[in-house]
Design a protein around this ligand. Structure first.
Ligand SMILES: *Cc1c(COP(=O)(O)O)cnc(C)c1O
Length: 472
């Protein structure tokens, strides 16, 4: 407890809240933000003063009308400020789950903007005037792109798995290789999800090796499906063996079981054709005999958060009849964005230019280096004393579990403490995070890397203005 100061006021010195609301600086706030928000802020600020009084720390200065008005204005601003902030993703991870994964292409942004404030024919067939099906907006294109019979859409890939397991394997068994019992960041654990769906997990093989015979001997009258999960965020190397999809598909078909593949990222097109690390292509997995394939909308596809399920029409219809489908279906904004993104895929030639995710992933090291060269002096000028900035080659990652271990050559503005002075990089990183639009880099050892891959030329001026605020 602080020692009572002779100048300390007690709580009786506090002005009544109604009087404070009438002060000019506060009254103006009410006109702009309404009485409710300002009353709440005034009460909170006076409450803080009351606490100070209890600790004998309240002074005349605290109760000056100008100071109180400023503090109340700050509280109103904090209460009404959007919580979802834009950030600069200079982490080097393009599909960063914590940063919202795929940035949408312009066409999808426009489609979402159009759809959000107007009535749309989401489940309405304008030719017949009858009720329609929201999946029909995207299913035909999606199925065609995957060379599959049919498609359905849910909230995300985890929801896709929940629906598939719930609808096809409730109270029955699902066979999965031990090498594929994955946990993905953010509490996605396959065994937990299975339990939540009411399916029983039958693990086969060992962590590093699973053979066709392991699956074969696990099949019983209780088996509902064989599930293969793409090990997204890790890789087993060395003495390892997994059963290829076509062999599993053959076994499942021979025993009358559905073969389901959770691909996670899943590319609609062959990324190797664009010089990127090869990632399983959905159509190839279908061709290998998968009955259902599940993948995310906001990973390599480059669209909104969604879980896409494609495959046999009979199975998709069973999923759509399950009550879980109604609970897991996305809203109109997702369909608007997905529709626009799938339309871009109709012109694959222009995809690397128009699909933002692919444009960032295929961005050439020369172009990234040019950005780093233009911005390095800007960063250097904005840095507080004690730090130096230089251009350095780095390795970006696709992120979201696509091709773990594979990297993309990139360039960063690398910030280090100058000489022997030990200015703290963590404190600098904290200051960058407190900018109006936080700048997020990657701290590694004695260096803060600002990977320039996701900073496109059109955004350089805004970035320069942002980092220029560091010293103000
Ligand atoms: C990312 C991933 C998921 C989860 O996808 P969400 O769309 O985030 O729900 C599931 N399975 C695999 C293999 C993944 O890589």
């Amino acid at each position: 407890m602080a020692r009572p100061s002779p100048a300390a006021l007690d709580a009786s010195a506090l002005p009544p809240v109604d009087r404070v609301l009438g002060w000019p600086g506060v009254n103006d706030l009410s006109l702009r933000h309404g009485r409710t928000a300002v009353l709440a802020a005034a009460r909170a600020e006076l409450g803080a003063c009351r606490e100070k009084a209890k600790s004998h720390l309240l002074t005349e200065h605290d109760l000056e009308p100008a100071r109180l008005a400023t503090a109340i204005a700050a509280r109103v601003a904090a209460a009404t400020r959007p919580r979802l902030q834009l950030v600069w993703n200079l982490t080097g991870t393009v599909l960063h789950t914590n940063l919202g994964r795929a940035p949408l292409p312009r066409e999808a942004i426009d489609a979402v903007a159009r759809a959000q404030g107007e009535a749309v024919a989401l489940e309405y067939d304008v030719t017949t005037g009858k009720r329609g099906d929201r999946d029909e907006l995207v299913a035909p294109r999606l199925a065609a792109l995957c060379a599959a019979e049919h498609a359905t859409v849910v909230n995300n890939c985890a929801a896709g798995l929940l629906l598939t397991l719930g609808a096809l394997a409730r109270r029955r068994e699902v066979i999965v290789s031990r090498g594929e019992l994955i946990e993905i960041g953010g509490s996605f654990r396959l065994p937990d999800l299975m339990r939540a769906a009411g399916a029983r997990l039958i693990e086969v093989g060992t962590t590093n090796r699973t053979h066709l015979a392991d699956y074969e001997s696990a099949i019983s009258a209780r088996t509902a499906m064989i599930l293969k999960v793409h090990p997204s965020n890790y890789r087993i190397t060395g003495f390892a063996a997994e059963v290829p999809s076509n062999a599993l598909a053959g076994l499942a078909a021979a025993r009358g079981l559905p073969f389901v593949v959770d691909l996670g990222s899943g590319a609609l097109i062959d990324l190797a054709a664009y010089g990127l690390p090869a990632e399983p292509v959905v159509a190839d997995v279908v061709a290998a005999g998968a009955d259902l394939v599940l993948f995310s909308g906001d990973k390599l596809l480059g669209g909104p958060q969604a879980g896409l399920i494609i495959g046999r029409e009979t199975l998709i219809r069973r999923l759509n009849r399950d009550p879980l489908k109604r609970a897991l279906r996305p809203g109109k904004l997702t369909y608007a964005a997905l529709d626009a993104v799938l339309a871009l895929y109709q012109s694959p030639e222009s995809l690397p230019e128009r699909l933002t995710t692919l444009r960032l992933l295929t961005r050439g090291a020369d172009s990234i280096r040019a950005t780093a060269e233009r911005l390095c002096p800007v960063v250097a000028a904005a840095l507080p004393a004690g730090y130096v900035a230089a251009i350095e080659p780095v390795a970006s990652e696709i992120g979201s579990g696509a091709q773990p271990g594979e990297t993309l050559p990139s360039y960063a503005v690398a910030i280090r403490p100058r000489g022997t002075q030990k200015a703290s990089l963590t404190s600098l990183a904290g200051r960058l995070r407190r900018l109006p639009r936080p700048i997020l880099g990657r701290l590694a050892g004695d260096c803060l890397f600002l990977d320039m891959r996701c900073l496109e030329e059109t955004a350089e001026a805004d970035f320069s203005a942002e980092i220029g605020r560091l010293n103000r």
